[in-house]
Write a protein that binds this ligand. Structure first.
Ligand code: SF4
Length: 467
């Protein structure tokens, strides 16, 4: 057989049949659901008089709407309480496992899937959420779906999809001091554009990716969608298998060793051909910060904001609009820009290793006066593990608020919101206008360590100075 990429192997394995439309009827190995996009799916299922076909392949959590400063029921926000009750009722009625608040396993859907061992190499994974690409870190083909597709998966465990092309992005060499996976993905999106990945799956490869931990690979894959690629993945290797060994839903004992052999076989063949290839050197990536209103509008922290005539002509109108909204001036440095809020969390950077790196910085001082700084663990498991290491105390002593697990200010569907024109240094993944709860609020995306540095200095700072 001709050499194949991981995408081709996973796709072929899950193909039920080719459809007359040219799409594939694809079996979905794992369906993850949350409270925001599942109610409509269940409603459509009920309207059609159908049941969930394979409930044991569906798992539910609650993440977007949960308050992070207390969890008393009913939730203060009546609409949030209604959404919580809907997912409780739907999962109970259809016998779907639900990781409820206080269960010890609740958290952001893209954090709990991996930590429970549900996310495994060689699977197709769907979730009504754009950042489902996160799970590709394990060598799964994982993608976000719309609400009618949530219905389709509930009803049939299948989707009709077009096979994407594959672009391999090789990151060579090593990453510099103070440079994280977040900087790598912001750098990639800056270089290839926010639409550069449309129609592609991104395969991340090369020595710098192979050296990354699973949590770093998740950060990398998570933001593929911000570069237009619905799918992003890394090939499974020893790091992947070590991460999965012993996790609750991973195969156990002899089954695990058999699974490893199969997982290994799903990696892209050495001489696989790709539709496109991009090379970049790890050493060229610096701590990176966004300055605009999409994640591709980013620069290294020591660079000056690009002048309009330095940008490709097609990008100038959007840049001009972004500068107006952000109240930033072309040609000036981004370093030193005052912030009012610092947010550490989200499915991009709310895992234990993210909190450890941010805590390393937090140990160096106190949150600057006038800055509201929040640390929101990605899951109850992350929160417990961080507390066992004393990270909560490090943050609290430095003046950060230590919160309960959830999406929080990434999307601000809960009470954690920017107010007015506040400028937020954020470890999340989207800097769109109004993303963090205030229509006029502003977001600068960066690594969690950079957010901690900004919190301490009260302005955008180069984390390398603090480490
Ligand atoms: S953390 Fe943000 S991007 Fe991730 S699932 Fe929650 S709202 Fe979506």
């Amino acid at each position: 057989m001709a050499p194949r990429s991981l995408l081709d192997k996973v796709w072929d394995t899950h193909t039920v049949r080719e459809l007359p439309s040219g799409q594939t009827q694809l079996f979905i190995g794992l369906h993850l659901i949350h409270e925001v996009t599942s109610p409509q799916g269940f409603q459509m299922l009920d309207d059609a008089g159908l049941r969930v076909l394979v409930p044991e392949r569906t798992f539910a959590t609650v993440d977007h709407i949960v308050p992070t400063d207390g969890r008393a029921r009913p939730l203060r926000d009546a609409q949030a309480e209604e959404m919580l009750q809907a997912i409780e009722a739907n999962t109970a009625r259809h016998e779907i496992p639900f990781f409820r608040i206080g269960s010890g396993d609740q958290g952001i859907v893209h954090v709990i899937g991996p930590e429970l061992g549900l996310t495994q190499p060689g699977l197709t994974i769907a979730c009504g959420d754009s950042h489902t690409s996160t799970h590709g870190a394990f060598g799964a083909i994982a993608f976000g779906i719309g609400t009618s597709q949530v219905r389709d998966v509930l009803a049939s465990q299948c989707l009709a999809l077009a096979r994407p092309k594959v672009r391999r992005i090789r990151v060579g060499g090593t990453l510099g001091f103070g440079v994280y996976a977040k900087d790598v993905i912001l750098h990639i999106i800056r270089r290839l554009g926010v639409k550069g990945g449309v129609g592609y799956a991104y395969e991340y490869a090369g020595p710098a990716v192979e050296r990354m931990s699973m949590e770093e690979r998740m950060t990398l894959c998570n933001m593929s969608i911000e570069g237009g690629a619905r799918v992003g993945y890394a090939n499974p290797d020893e790091t992947t298998f070590d991460y999965l060994r012993g996790r609750r839903f991973a195969p156990q004992g002899d089954s695990f060793e058999r699974a490893v052999a199969w997982w290994r076989s799903m990696a892209s063949d050495r001489d696989a051909r790709f539709d496109d290839e991009v090379e970049l050197a790890g050493a060229e990536v610096a701590p990176t910060v966004t300055w605009g209103t999409n994640p591709g509008q980013a620069i290294a922290v020591r660079e000056k904001l690009p002048r309009l005539d330095e940008l490709p002509e097609d990008d100038r109108a959007a840049a001009e609009d972004a500068y107006r909204f952000m109240e930033l001036v072309p040609g000036r440095p981004i370093e030193g820009t005052p912030i009012q809020v610092a947010f550490i969390g989200s499915c991009t950077n709310g895992r234990l290793s993210d909190l450890r790196e941010a805590a390393r910085v937090a140990r160096k001082g106190k949150v600057a006066p006038g800055v509201r700084a929040l640390v929101v663990p990605g899951s109850e498991q992350v929160r417990r593990a961080a507390e066992a290491e004393g990270l909560d105390e490090v943050f609290k002593q430095a003046g950060f608020q230590w919160r309960e697990a959830g999406c929080s200010m990434c999307l601000a569907m809960n009470p954690d919101k920017l107010v007015g024109r506040e400028l937020c240094a954020s470890s999340s993944n989207r800097n769109f206008k109004g993303r963090q709860g205030s229509p006029t609020g502003r977001t600068l995306l960066m690594s969690p360590a950079m957010v901690a540095a900004a919190a301490l200095r009260g302005r955008v700072a180069d984390v390398r100075e603090l480490l």
